[in-house]
Design a protein around this ligand. Sequence first.
Ligand code: HEC
Length: 85
Amino acid sequence: MLKKCALILFCGMVVSLLVRSAASLPQKEPVDFVRDVQPIFQKNCFTCHGPDQAMGQLRLDDRRLALKGGISGPVIKPGNPAAGA
Ligand code: HEC
């Protein structure tokens, strides 16, 4: 149980960090999910949250599903990086 909680905490932390750092990159255009966020998810998260395995019912390979979140609801808030996940 403790292990599961730690994993959820870890995952949540990574999401908010990733979205925040992508949003604070010195670029003029707004953050684009497919261009800026998805490659990072693909590299680090698809093994457990992709098309083959959706742990916590969370899938990060599709913008709509990623924004919908997992078992505890939405994990990404588009357009409001300061609020975090
Ligand atoms: C080793 C497998 C694994 C990897 C890699 C992984 N996760 Fe997870 N993640 C899990 C598991 C297991 C859960 C909890 C599932 C449960 O509670 O039933 C979880 C839960 C989550 C949750 C909470 C979902 C919810 O609604 O409760 C988020 C958000 C999340 N992960 C994001 C990520 C992100 C972002 C990455 C990549 C940086 C990532 N995870 C990488 C296994 C993984």
